[in-house]
Design a protein around this ligand. Structure first.
Ligand SMILES: NC(=O)c1ccc[n+]([C@@H]2O[C@H](COP(=O)([O-])OP(=O)(O)OC[C@H]3O[C@@H](n4cnc5c(N)ncnc54)[C@H](OP(=O)(O)O)[C@@H]3O)[C@@H](O)[C@H]2O)c1
Length: 347
């Protein structure tokens, strides 16, 4: 009997609030790797806010997922068939694959695909939480775009999440004072006690603009924004002269994708003029294959080994939990990097 591959496929685009049936889990016969392809058995699937964006029918920074086609996502897996140069059975692959037990892909045509070493003894959870996509996002956003200087004040929204805690630690390595914004007392406690932030603001307490003013009395030199909307507006009102605003994401607005009229309109943009500030967005794919990418991976590894890059993983079990768990990111239900364990680690 042929093996089965469970795949989450696009069923209905979400151009407005996400619904329970935007993706459906279907079973297909397991395909073999064709010439030039590898077949990867998924071990961990990364759940990311951008998955919500990819549910939209709109072209974002990537084309929409085809109707009826497999949902894409970052996966760590083991190569179980290879007909591609440079790849062997047993290799560990990380990259943009499918929400599926198995992905059959041409690694040379995939936007982001890397081979990971088995011999370094680093747990897969650390790879997927800190040393790959989220770590690289924090590195590019904070260090390349934010350019923090010792003694400056850095503010981070969505600070207790996968990217936020890493961005904060990189800002601390740069010698800055770091303030995080997160939802709830427990997440704020984790920021200062576990991740070395200097202060934390619970945005759910209200008056965010005033709370930033209190926590950043000399103004904000670097704002690393994961949230957008009213949070971005409150930060803009608190910029220091020459500030850098880095648009990493805007999760407060993601459930409005495909309906631009409903997206929050920024009011305090004159702060960019008055404070001679800049505001810049980026996507990690901009750096793939560059020299900076290699340097970033080396640096993340060094800091991780030196104990300077901590993470928290929030693991859910089973492929069938993938889409139902995505909502945790929009409600703040995730306590750290949200990943789905698809199967036990294959040694
Ligand atoms: N530019 C890039 O290349 C790139 C790459 C990766 C990620 N990103 C972006 O980075 C951001 C963080 O991603 P992540 O993977 O690290 O996720 P995450 O922070 O681990 O999880 C999302 C968090 O967002 C917060 N949140 C959700 N809705 C919110 C709202 N309405 N207002 C305020 N906070 C809200 C929640 O934290 P609270 O409990 O604190 O509310 C939630 O836990 C996202 O915007 C994502 O799109 C960008």
């Amino acid at each position: 009997m042929s093996k089965v591959n469970r795949v989450w496929v696009m069923n209905k685009y979400a151009d407005g609030p996400m619904e329970n049936d935007n993706l459906v889990l279907k079973e297909f016969p397991l395909a073999d790797a064709q010439e030039g392809h590898i077949r990867v058995r998924s071990m961990y699937l990364s759940l990311d806010p951008t998955n919500r964006v990819w549910l939209s029918s709109q072209y974002t920074y990537m084309p929409p997922v085809p109707m009826g086609g497999p949902m894409r996502g970052f996966v760590i897996g083991v190569v179980d068939q290879s007909r591609a140069t440079g790849w062997a059975e047993g290799d560990i692959a990380y990259g943009l694959m499918q929400w599926a037990d198995y992905s059959v892909i041409d690694p040379s045509q995939t936007v982001y695909m890397t081979k990971m070493s088995r011999s370094d003894g680093i747990p897969l959870e650390a790879w997927i939480s800190a040393l790959t996509m989220n770590g690289e996002t924090a590195y590019y956003g904070m260090l390349i775009k934010g350019r923090p200087k010792a003694g400056e004040t850095v503010l981070i929204s969505g600070a207790a999440g996968a990217t936020g805690v890493l961005a904060g630690q990189l800002a601390k390595i740069s010698g800055t004072r770091v303030v995080g914004i997160a939802g709830g007392a427990e997440k704020c406690r984790a920021l200062t006690e576990e991740f070395g932030f200097d202060a934390a603001i619970d945005y759910k307490q209200g008056n965010l603009l005033g709370a930033i003013q209190n926590a950043c009395p000399n103004g904000v030199d670097v704002f690393f924004d994961n949230v957008g909307g009213e949070t971005l507006d409150a930060a803009l009102a608190n910029l220091a002269m020459g500030a850098r605003v880095v648009i990493c994401g805007g999760i407060s607005e993601y459930d409005k994708f495909g309906n631009p009229a409903s997206i929050y309109g920024i009011k305090n943009y004159f702060a960019l003029l008055l404070k001679r500030a800049s505001m810049e967005g980026f996507v990690i794919f901009d750096f793939v294959g560059t020299l900076e990418h290699a340097k970033c991976q080396r640096s993340l590894m060094e800091w991780y080994r030196a104990g300077k890059l901590r993470y928290r993983a929030h693991v859910v079990n089973g492929m069938e939990q993938a889409f139902p768990s995505l909502r945790l990111l929009l409600t703040g239900g995730n306590k750290g990097k949200l990943v789905v364990r698809i199967c036990d680690e294959i040694k």
